[in-house]
Design a protein around this ligand. Sequence first.
Ligand SMILES: [Zn+2]
Length: 211
Amino acid sequence: MQQETFPVSLHSYAFQLRKKLLKRASLQDLLDCHARHQEFLGRVSQLIDFNRLSLADRFAWKLLREINILSLDFSNEGKFPNRNGEKPAKPAQGIYLNLEDVVMNVQKIWFSEMKKLPSIVWLKRFSTRKLAHYSFKADEIAFSLIFDSMDAPAEIVSYLAYHELLHRQMGAKRVNGRQYAHTSEFKAQEHLFPNWRSIDQQINQYILNID
Ligand SMILES: [Zn+2]
């Protein structure tokens, strides 16, 4: 029998499964992917002490449970908000959240003078440190996969989109060759976002109180 090796980590399995779902893989394809990880999952699921997982792995585990491929009535139908035709999913399309909608709304309200949106993508990991990022070079906003979840508060993602669009608008300040992005001027602008203080707390709660 041919021995296939797959990276065995919660993170990589969750990422692979997610990618397949977004490619609108057939149920058979999903189940095959799952079967290849079965041994791994069978071994780990009994051993997993949720509280001892890294935060990123907790989010990966949460996604695996949310997708719930093991349930008898699993179906990948209806997992997608806009499942029209066979068009491949855009990089901003998640399983639960379309980032483009979020960024576009924020842009309309707060950055109406911005004519064109940057590229918008999901990061390739469930990062709990890098929540979102704007790259000047690529003119691209990226969001951590931890927000592609059923219960990710919409307010958080909007706030992060606001923060990153603000970077895009204000640019980075260079002093002695070093870049400073979070200047006091930046912070003053950032704090114009309604309820930013409570959203800051919400972000910490979302990350630390995952179960
Ligand atoms: Zn920033």
